[in-house]
Design a protein around this ligand. Structure first.
Ligand code: PGA
Length: 307
């Protein structure tokens, strides 16, 4: 496993420790970067583990029959060690109810979007109450396709408000962030991620973060087959954790899971799963096939790397 700089290796060591039950004390050095916080002393007494989480985002794909077949294939796999990995699948809205009824019970179901408020005269929208009513426990919000597609263009504030609404109804949220290729080339990766996160920090309470998972998904890696390198992934994840320590608190920084998304596949998941600040994946294309199970199984690489 390679890290970014020699300084970062020390940082990664501290993060690695933080993934286990937190005992003792350690100082986590702060990496260089435009929005990097000042030095933070990590309280290692928070306790608890960051359970590996694998999300499958089916986007606007599949049919009722195709979902039935895929769920049958996924059911053929052995029971998961649900204390070590959580799996969440996100079908298109019309199939939420059906997916919940045919999917194995140890997998959870997520919506791909919700309306920002409650029920009423909002043609075409779906509210959190309805998502919960059909057995969903999660929602994906802030996905780059909803942030960046010119027909949609959701803003940071709107996404943060939706997240607040979801959390207030007891839904858990996969909150997606990430930079475009142009933003990366201009050296603005961290600024963009921090800007997107800051809107949420301003909108929810520190206690709400227990139901939020961050998915770092560089836009240039989504659906392109161009996966970010382990160094690129670890660098951003580690800096996100520092940002949380500075703008929320150290407990939230230690306990919030940060997933990577962008062309994750059975071929690259095991290497990425071993990174100290990668706590799982959000998977698009590769979640549409039964081989998605191989990505789920990468939790074993994560565990092996932290022993
Ligand atoms: P991908 O999509 O795995 O097909 O790149 C990931 C995502 O959009 O969440």
């Amino acid at each position: 496993m390679a890290f970014i700089t020699s300084g970062a290796a020390a940082v990664s060591g501290a993060s690695l420790t933080a993934r286990r039950a937190f005992t003792g004390a350690a100082v986590c050095p702060v990496p260089a970067g435009p929005a990097a916080p000042t030095a933070a002393t990590w309280s290692m007494s928070a306790g608890g583990l960051r359970t590996f989480l694998v999300g499958g985002n089916w986007k606007c794909n599949l049919s009722k029959d195709a979902i039935t077949s895929l769920c049958k294939e996924l059911a053929a796999a052995p029971d998961l060690e649900t204390d070590k990995v959580e799996v969440v699948l996100a079908p298109p809205t019309p199939y939420l109810d059906h997916t919940r009824s045919v999917l194995r019970q140890d997998f959870e179901v997520a919506a791909q979007n919700i309306w920002v408020g409650g029920p009423g005269a909002f043609t075409g929208e779906t509210v959190a109450e309805m998502i919960k009513d059909v057995g969903c426990t999660w929602v994906i919000l802030g996905h780059s396709e909803r942030r960046n597609l010119p027909q949609i263009r959701e803003t940071d504030d709107f996404i943060a408000q939706k997240t607040k609404t979801a959390l207030s109804h007891g839904l858990k949220v996969m909150f997606c962030i990430g930079e475009t290729l142009q933003e990366r080339e201009e050296g603005r990766t961290l600024d963009v991620c921090v800007r997107q996160l800051h809107a949420l920090v301003e909108t929810i309470e520190a206690g709400d973060w227990k139901d939020v998972v961050i998915a770092y998904e560089p836009v240039w890696a989504i659906g392109t087959g161009k996966v970010a390198t382990p160094d690129q992934v670890e660098e951003v994840h580690e800096k996100i954790r520092h940002y949380l320590a500075k703008d929320v608190n150290e407990k939230v920084a230690q306990e919030t899971r940060i997933l990577y998304g962008g062309s994750v596949s059975p071929g690259n998941c095991n290497e990425l799963a071993q990174l100290p600040d990668v706590d799982g994946f959000l998977v698009g294309g590769a979640s549409l096939k039964a081989s998605f199970l191989e990505v789920i199984e990468s939790f074993k690489s994560d565990l092996a790397a932290t022993v």
